[in-house]
Design a protein. Structure first.
Length: 371
């Protein structure tokens, strides 16, 4: 592969020795579950996001499920979510017994907006989950006032947007609660699965802690006060995450600089998804649109360039979610046929971006215009 889609080995190279120290220290203490490493990371993550609390959980999907459960959302409730998200957003809603109402997105940013959410409103809607897709912050000003006007819980799925900023504030600090994934390929990734909830609501944080730890009351081992489950962030992953968090802003800045190099080098026929001027994006993915997407992807693959599609099928068109399909969602549906994710990671060299841009240029030049 000339330019891989993602290079986690390069991303972790500088941290290897410190990762070994974390392993030694956790082994020595035998504090594998809970304890100081977890508490330290939770405090650091809350401080980074600008919230009163962060709760480490097993993964980003559980984080969404636990927030919904913690807010008492379940059977009889509806939750508005964009159709162009990773399936986990929809999965969590169905798992708590609520029904997803899929909404469309803004054609320029491919993010949910107050307008697209408004079009999906109904009497049973209890919450909206805003997805900051591709590392780009949605318009939390307009979405916040819409949620307030209609008495809806506003939840952020920030699994792709660690550190992204809307109007001077980091995502994860806007809604009732926000959810993060630390899946290895995310902007802040563990060496395995991990996730977190951030919130200013300490009572909600406490309920989520209980639910995620077998329904245990705080500080109690056998005081099971609710029917809970096991969804914890373990100490080893928390220790790795604390180390990687120190480099997150720098890594995100490198992604932004890569995005700008792409913008300068890509041919005009390969349109980048727009970033709202009021936001600072963290470019989890570098997404372009082309009406010859499949041919372009094939040509790039032949040139040794790794690409992805995020996501090829919008959730409302997936078989398991057919019962929740209501209306066509034209922006999500057309985007799904046009989007292509190019290589994007902090360690990507400018010379690699040149190679990708040249290959895109050569490919679109050779592709006959679509009819
Ligand atoms: C990755 C992701 C999730 C799920 O996170 P996991 O840790 O893999 O469970 C949820 N929502 C979005 C938008 C994601 O990208």
């Amino acid at each position: 592969m000339t330019v891989p889609f993602l290079d986690l080995e390069a991303h972790h190279r500088a941290h290897r020795d410190v990762f070994h120290q974390v392993l030694e220290s956790v082994m020595t203490s035998s504090g594998f579950i809970g304890g100081r490493a977890l508490e330290a990371f939770e405090d650091e993550w809350a401080a980074f996001c600008g919230t009163a609390a962060a709760v480490g959980v097993a993964n980003g999907t559980d984080a969404i499920e636990l927030v919904l459960e913690g807010l008492g959302i379940g059977p009889g409730d509806e939750v508005i979510i964009p159709a162009n998200t990773f399936v986990a957003t929809a999965e969590a809603v169905v798992r708590v017994g609520a029904a997803p109402v899929f909404c469309d997105v803004d054609p320029a940013t491919l993010l949910v907006s107050a307008e697209t959410v408004e079009a999906a409103l109904g009497p049973r809607v209890a919450a909206v989950i805003v997805v900051h897709l591709f590392g780009q912050a949605a318009d939390m000003t307009a979405l916040g006032s819409l949620a307030e006007r209609h008495g809806l819980h506003l939840i952020e799925d920030a699994a792709q947007a660690h550190g992204a900023v809307w109007d001077g504030r980091r995502v994860g600090s806007f809604g009732r609660a926000a959810t993060f994934s630390f899946y290895p390929g995310k902007n802040l990734g563990a060496l395995g699965d991990g996730g977190a909830v951030t919130t200013d609501d300490l009572a909600l944080a406490g309920r989520i802690r209980e639910l995620a730890n077998h329904g245990r009351a705080a500080q109690s081992h056998f005081g099971h006060v609710v029917v809970g489950r096991n969804s914890r962030l373990d100490a080893l992953q928390a220790g790795f995450l604390s180390i990687k968090l120190r480099g997150l802003d720098t890594a995100n800045a490198a992604r932004r600089s890569n995005h700008e190099i792409y913008r300068d080098r890509l041919p005009p026929t390969a349109r980048q998804v727009e970033v709202d001027q009021r936001s600072v994006a963290v470019h989890h993915l570098e997404v372009i649109r082309s009406d010859r997407r499949d041919d372009l992807q094939r040509a790039l693959s032949d040139a040794g360039i790794g690409t992805g599609i995020h996501y090829p099928v919008p959730c409302h068109l997936m078989a398991p979610y057919a019962d929740y399909r209501r209306t066509p969602l034209p922006e999500c549906e057309s985007a799904a046929t046009e989007i292509l994710s190019l290589p994007m990671y902090p360690e990507l060299a400018a010379s690699d971006i040149d190679r990708v841009a040249d290959a895109v240029d050569a490919a679109v030049g050779q592709l006959a215009p679509s009819s």
